[in-house]
Ligand binder design. Sequence first.
Ligand code: ATP
Length: 226
Amino acid sequence: MKKQFAVIGLGRFGGSICKELNDQGMEVLAIDINEDKVNEYASVATHAVMADTTDENTLRSLGIRNFDHVIVAIGDNIQSSILTTLMLVELGLPHITVKAQNDYHEKVLLKIGAHKVVHPERDMGIRIAHNIVSKNVLDYLELSDEYSIVELMAGQRVDGRSLIDLDIRAKFGCNIMAVKREEYIDVSPAPDQNIKKGDILIVIGADKDITRMEQALFDDDDAGTM
Ligand code: ATP
């Protein structure tokens, strides 16, 4: 059976989640307090309804308990976001993802039982900053305060060298999880695999180790083009 999703709040974030879930063939209930928003998403979501989700009876009457995953994308109105989340937790929803406006909002959401909290603006800001500082860093995913996964573009310095030869694990304490070359992705590459300029290496490690490795091996002016 198809998974059932509900998206509450159809701003830019909630709206794009709604569209993407629909594109992936999922069942999506789109909910907003604003009638114009509901009309806008009527043809995108499986169903679109106008409702104030801070009202428990309204939530119950929508049959929200039967959904597999609810995404709360109410932004500016932190009070509504918290109240809605609290009621979803009390109703026993198995997966609740909530967009937070700031760190205090996140703390409260996690305390009251949200399963996942996201900060789309902050996270995208961090990723773009890493890409601006070093053009070899194509993408960046923070795993914790100290550890990350990064996508690095191979340049002249590593061109034609094997993973054994580069000896990244011993020298820098990082691990190459995968190597992407055009459409092909090699997960857990063999030690004798040769790197080519323009390959994309997906690396996991401590931030300080990744930075050392990036400066030593990837800080080229002539890295491959994206
Ligand atoms: P984005 O940055 O994603 O565009 P935002 O952070 O500016 O969004 P808002 O526009 O404040 O977020 O809220 C997103 C949507 O949530 C709005 O369309 C708003 O009408 C809706 N919303 C706010 N309160 C409620 C509520 N109590 N019940 C249902 N929807 C609500």
